[in-house]
Design a protein around this ligand. Structure first.
Ligand SMILES: [Fe+2]
Ligand SMILES: [Fe+2]
Length: 407
């Protein structure tokens, strides 16, 4: 995968990731994206040919490929204008800002020589899948950095407190992405984040969808990191690379980010208190859970490599994320109903068929024809999961004529 994505750049350009990184398109990004890799052992005189450079600009996108998003920044400014929105609890935001300013993890991300030694010991398929884990995680953290950086910039005049929190969250994400990219250097690779920033396509999401998606992304990130950390603490024989030892404090950053989005959504009760909000909340839960399950089931070698059962790990993360999410979303899925997992497992089987068609030797037309019934089966399974009886939840009391927050 790394070779296919080669784009020769000196490593120093891409490991120096600071919160000053600018966003040339003025876009807002989600927590997800794809990646370009550069082999850092490449001699500096070996410049990429035009042909090769052109080849690398074609980014492979699939339904499960992490994406970037852009949003309506004018609407964002209206939502956080204290003159317009009387639901904004500025005292709560000031308290949150103090917590972010405390910067609990300022001195946490310090590497040692064990990183390189551990990477050198890792060989074969585990090494390859491990590199992919670092790539995907780094890219997710990096796009979070871009999203928060841009929101911090755009909201400065309208709501300086909220804007500063976004800027401090971008500081956290830059730190996380930088630490992961340093991890890639242990494998003689570096992510071309500059290329990524410019070359990706962007999907437009309205602010309320950005809130749902980013809240879920932060909370699921928290549960993934803390679950891996606790598992490896209890089973140190699987501790194959020191980055996991940093996950305990690291995931507290993600938890704080999620809590901030929770406060943002409480300040926008129109996004939480009607039937449309319930339908969208269920839709985003399903999208995030299914995407993670299908992605992880394609990478079982990684989870097995650190002693986890992929499906059990994912179900634990989904159940815990869903319980956390139920505190703020007006409705969530009944993920603890065994039928939900059965549906996820059927989606994995269908997805495997879809991958097999993609990898076959058939001509594109035949591949597309073969895909039609498989995609129909996947859509029908998704719809059935979506229509399962949901769980009413949330912290907004619908019984009142005016929305009331219940803490
Ligand atoms: Fe992060
Ligand atoms: Fe985060």
């Amino acid at each position: 995968m790394a070779a296919e994505m080669a784009l020769v750049k000196p490593i120093s350009k891409f490991t120096n990731l600071s919160p000053k990184f600018s966003n040339p398109k003025g876009f807002c990004y989600s927590k997800f994206s794809t990646i370009r890799m550069s082999a850092t052992t490449q001699p500096s005189t070996n410049k990429p040919s035009k042909k090769k450079a052109a080849k690398t600009t074609a980014i492979k996108e699939t339904l499960l490929t992490p994406r970037f998003y852009t949003t309506d920044f004018d609407e964002m400014e209206m939502l956080f204008n204290t003159e317009i929105n009387k639901n904004l609890n500025q005292d709560e935001f000031v308290a949150l800002l103090q917590e972010f300013k405390t910067d609990y993890n300022q001195t946490h991300f310090v590497r040692n020589k064990e990183f390189k030694e551990a990477a050198d010991k890792m060989q074969g398929p585990l090494r390859q899948i491990f590199v992919e884990f670092l790539e995907r995680s780094c890219t997710a953290e990096f796009s979070g950095f871009l999203l928060y950086k841009e929101l911090g910039r755009r909201l400065k005049k309208t709501n300086p407190v909220v804007a500063e929190i976004f800027s401090l969250m971008s500081r956290d994400e830059a730190r996380h992405a930088g630490f992961l990219n340093k991890g890639l250097s242990d494998f003689n690779l570096a992510l071309d984040l500059g290329f990524l920033t410019k070359a990706r396509k962007y999907t437009f999401f309205k602010p309320k969808f950005i809130f749902y998606a980013t809240y879920l992304s932060e909370k699921i990130g928290y549960w993934r990191y803390i679950t891996i950390y606790r598992h490896l603490k209890a089973n140190p024989e699987f501790q194959c690379y020191p980055i996991f030892e940093f996950f305990e404090n690291w995931c507290q950053d993600e938890n704080r980010h999620g809590d901030f989005f929770s406060a943002l959504m409480k300040a926008q009760p129109q996004f939480l208190n009607d039937w449309k909000a319930k339908l969208w909340a269920r839709f985003f839960c399903l999208s995030v859970y299914v995407t993670m399950y299908l992605n992880d089931c394609q990478r079982t070698a990684f989870y097995e490599g650190i002693g986890l059962n992929t499906k059990e790990f994912d179900m634990h993360v989904i159940i815990e994320t869903n319980r956390t999410t139920a505190r703020i979303f007006p409705a969530v899925l009944d993920v603890e109903n065994p039928e939900f997992k059965r549906k996820l497992d059927r989606m994995v089987e269908i997805n495997e068929k879809l991958i097999a068609v993609g990898e076959s030797e058939d001509i594109p037309l035949v591949k597309n024809l073969k895909r039609i019934p498989i995609i129909a089966a996947l859509v029908s399974e998704l719809l059935a999961a979506y229509l399962m009886p949901p769980i009413e939840s949330g912290s907004v009391d619908f019984a009142e004529s005016e929305p009331q927050l219940v803490y």
